[in-house]
Ligand binder design. Structure first.
Ligand code: SF4
Length: 185
């Protein structure tokens, strides 16, 4: 029996590999399984951007939506495997509870308010400037340090490596020294 690594991993989920090896006709089983999610879907190779490992994924796309995500068995880094974060990747793209609007809860309030994105950006910029102005330390024990000690930055695992790089650059430019990443918390 000739079978590629990719065919093997595809079939493993349904037990089709074992069944085929012992001479059982697996076509009906494979057909039913595929219909669950990926019938008629187009397979698009891509990358998981959650961390710097850079695992390969295959996204199944139907009617313009990603309907399933699996590890790319032909990718040299992960060889078909995905960690738990990437297993839940599809929820980032399409989940009924995904937030698509800015929500703001003023100090002391119990309810969230919808706000325009431009308003939120202005608020963030104003508050960063006010905090930096109020807490910036230029020297310590006679040594120039130029630290914005009242601000900390926490990188997220759902921003890309490039975004992490830009975030770190921006924070260093402001004098922020408390830089962390979700993956280390
Ligand atoms: S988050 Fe997981 S699947 Fe994604 S690149 Fe990192 S190790 Fe790979």
């Amino acid at each position: 029996m000739s079978m590629s690594r990719r065919d093997f991993l595809k079939g493993a989920g349904t037990g089709a590999v074992v069944a085929t090896a012992v001479g059982v006709d697996t076509a009906p089983v494979e057909g039913a399984a595929r219909e669950l999610k990926t019938k008629g879907a187009r397979e698009v190779p891509s990358l998981c951007y959650y961390c710097a490992v850079g695992c390969g994924i295959v996204a199944s796309v139907a009617d313009g939506k990603v309907v399933a995500i699996q590890g790319d068995p032909e990718h040299p880094i992960n060889r078909g495997a995905l960690c738990s974060k990437a297993q839940a990747y599809i929820q980032v793209l399409d989940h009924p509870k995904r937030l698509t609007k800015v929500l703001y809860r003023p100090p002391g309030a119990t309810e969230w308010q919808e706000k325009p994105l431009d308003w939120a950006m202005d608020q963030i910029a104003q508050r960063i400037k006010a905090t930096r102005d109020a807490t910036f330390r230029e020297t310590e024990d006679g040594v120039t340090v130029n630290r914005a000690e009242g601000i900390a930055a926490l990188g997220s695992a759902v921003i890309t490596n490039e975004e992490c790089y830009l975030l770190a650059k921006a924070m260093r430019g402001l004098g922020v020294v408390w830089l962390e990443h979700q993956a280390r918390v």
